[in-house]
Design a protein around this ligand. Structure first.
Ligand code: DAH
Length: 339
């Protein structure tokens, strides 16, 4: 019996397994209930008492060695497996969660890109402004209601330091510094003293466009507006201009587009009119040009301004303005694919 044990011991010390299944087969062969070693253990009962000590010693050694060897091979597999996993250079990368652009940023970029294709370049101005740039230079009468505390945020009760109520202030800033041709698009945040509700907020965003050159006419404005509407809302979009009033443009108009939800047939979104309002525009009032040092006899221009929230609402049907500033990730995530 001792010889058999010794043979097995040698066999076990040399055993190899190429994979986990082979190893399991070895374990069954030697260590399972009916395995060779268990068999020897059973036979041990019949060993002569004077040999029991010696045989028992060898048998224990065999059992321990086998167990040890099997564990060793098993560990080898596990290491090799994790080792190759770490080194698998063909494996696709873990998905990295990237952030997404805010819907207002997306729409702002789209508006600016469309005007960039017409040759407009981006201009920016300060959010903390003075009366001249926001109101006086733009032909607002001394008693115009927009100058009222009800509408405008003044800083430290100083009537000359205020948060801009529209991006039209950037028109003045650029015209004061540059002579025509001027072709700018001015995106930015504006502030108004409004109670916050689903349809009004104390801050929101606008994009202003200004084109001043020789012989700029209302037809140029209309052409730019039509181009913008079709690019932004699709080729089928129609526009309509309604006479309006702004202190800084003459004549002034408001532009509607055919409802982009029902295509102009009439639906609850357009209040069954087939049209939705999207922006204000007009020919720059000669007074404004003169206020900024531009000769209104030589030059004329058009201007337009729109709310980015309004355009985003039309494009994505966001009914509640407050969603834009609440940072609810569930809302923002919906624009992931638009990035
Ligand atoms: N500033 C206007 C507003 O805040 C928008 C606007 C209307 C801008 C007509 C313009 C314009 O440049 O021509 O409501």
């Amino acid at each position: 019996m001792i010889d058999k044990i010794k043979d097995l011991l040698q066999e076990v010390q040399q055993m190899q397994a190429a994979n986990a299944e082979e190893l399991e087969a070895l374990r069954i062969k030697y260590l399972s209930k009916k395995g060779e070693i268990s068999q020897l253990m059973n036979d041990f009962r019949n060993v002569a008492p004077d040999q029991k000590r010696e045989v028992g010693k060898f048998l224990n050694e065999l059992k321990e060695t086998t167990q040890h060897k099997i564990n060793e091979l098993k560990e080898g597999f596990e290491n090799v497996q994790t080792g190759t996993e770490e080194l698998d250079l063909t494996r696709t990368a873990y998905p990295v969660k990237l952030g997404m652009r805010h819907p207002l940023s997306l729409v702002k970029k789209e508006i600016c890109d469309i005007f960039a294709r017409l040759g407009f370049s981006i201009a920016e101005g300060p959010e903390i402004e003075d009366d001249w740039h926001v109101f006086s230079s733009l032909n607002f009468a001394e008693d115009h209601p927009a100058r009222d505390m009800q509408d405008t945020f003044f800083i430290q009760h100083n009537p000359d330091v205020l948060l801009r109520t529209h991006t039209s202030s950037v028109q003045t800033r650029v015209m004061e510094k540059e002579q025509p041709p001027i072709r700018i698009i001015c995106p930015g945040r504006v502030y108004r003293n409004e109670a916050i509700s689903y349809r009004a907020h104390c801050f929101f965003h606008q994009v202003e466009a200004l084109y001043v050159d020789k012989n700029v006419s209302f037809a140029d404005l209309k052409q730019a507006l039509l181009f913008f509407a079709k690019e932004m809302f699709g080729k089928e979009t129609k526009i309509r201009l309604r006479p309006s009033y702004f202190p800084f443009t003459e004549p002034s108009a408001e532009m509607d587009i055919s409802c982009n939800l029902c295509g102009g047939k009439g639906c609850p979104f357009c209040k069954h009119t087939g049209w939705v309002e999207i922006l204000g525009c007009g020919m720059v009032d000669p007074n404004v040009l003169e206020n900024c040092g531009i000769d209104s006899k030589q030059y004329s221009g058009y201007a337009l301004g729109m709310g980015i929230e309004r355009i985003t609402n039309l494009k994505y049907q966001v009914k509640d303005l407050r969603l834009f500033s609440e940072n609810d990730i569930r809302f923002l995530k919906q624009f992931e694919s638009a990035n």
